[in-house]
Design a protein around this ligand. Structure first.
Ligand SMILES: NC(=O)c1ccc[n+]([C@@H]2O[C@H](COP(=O)([O-])OP(=O)(O)OC[C@H]3O[C@@H](n4cnc5c(N)ncnc54)[C@H](OP(=O)(O)O)[C@@H]3O)[C@@H](O)[C@H]2O)c1
Length: 254
């Protein structure tokens, strides 16, 4: 099968590319690094020539402020238009569990807009909603830290290994389109403030966690279950401890 992975150089994307190539498919990674810019449309038509399936795992390089919303709006319009012109038969997209509940956040407004465009496009689609990647805990630290302290909500999160998400996407890309959304998550749920506290201790980062129910998460106020999957979600086996033991963050110097 001819498959284009948009954002194929990113954390999830490179793992999806590797898995699909290992199964013998013709796979290309499209991103600015390969001359394809989905915000401007540059190189997109050429990149999608002959593509049967597109897996979109692109992401805004800026996660805060209005930038991610602008990114997702511009990118999805260009991408779906180019896919329709190229005759793509299946659009597979990665989004986030709880997207529809986090409208105060420009990031999640952008993701919700992306999903609405996919549904309206007429192109057969599958959307995978994943919970936060274990790797993303570090991004949460980076956007929340101020003066050696982090204000974090005690809302529950149920993080998952990005490698498990990539494996699921690679399978979905080879199956018929679901024309719907499925959810996946890790095996354990825990208040965000507590798992990040544990993470900081494990990696010996010198930050203090302050639990604050009003602390925003990428601009959104969180209810205790805002980021949790539904009861039908597929749960992966790798837990935080197992992931941390094999991660590159172990023993990093801060
Ligand atoms: N992080 C989480 O916990 C989490 C959880 C659930 C779902 N997700 C979703 O997973 C997806 C992928 O996340 P990730 O962490 O793998 O992202 P990532 O590592 O930041 O990779 C993003 C990719 O997008 C490409 N990209 C950025 N701007 C582009 C542009 N203008 N044109 C073309 N390509 C562009 C980047 O390549 P270049 O720099 O070469 O352009 C890169 O390959 C996102 O949609 C996110 O919403 C994330």
């Amino acid at each position: 099968m001819n498959i284009v992975v948009v954002g194929g150089n990113g954390l999830v994307g490179r793992n999806v590319v590797r898995r699909l190539r290992a199964k013998g498919h013709e796979v290309s990674a499209a991103s600015r690094a390969s001359g394809v810019d989905i915000v401007t449309g540059e190189g997109l038509a050429q990149a999608l020539e002959g593509a049967e399936v597109v897996v979109d795992v692109s992401n805004s390089s800026v996660l805060t402020g209005e930038a991610p919303c602008e990114f997702f709006k511009a990118a999805i319009a260009n991408l779906l238009q180019a896919e329709a012109a190229a005759g793509v038969r299946h659009h597979v997209s990665l989004s986030v569990v709880g997207t529809e509940r986090l409208d105060d956040s420009p990031y999640f407004r952008g993701k919700a807009f992306q999903e609405a465009c996919i549904r309206a496009s007429g192109i057969p689609f599958t959307v995978l909603h994943a919970t936060q990647f274990f790797e993303f805990l570090l991004d949460i630290v980076e956007v929340s830290v101020y003066d050696q302290a982090l204000r974090l909500a005690p809302a529950y999160i149920q993080p998952v290994a990005s490698a498990d998400v990539a494996a699921c996407l690679a399978e979905l890309a080879l199956r018929p389109a679901l024309n719907g959304v499925i959810e996946m998550a890790g095996p354990e749920r825990e208040p965000m403030s507590e798992i990040i506290q544990r993470f900081l201790i494990q990696i010996e980062a010198p930050y203090e966690v302050v639990t604050d129910a009003l602390a925003p998460y990428f601009g959104a106020r969180l209810a205790s279950d805002s980021l949790l999957p539904g009861t039908d979600a597929h749960l992966c086996a790798m837990d935080f401890g197992a992931w941390l033991n094999q991660s590159e963050y172990w023993g990093a110097s801060w």
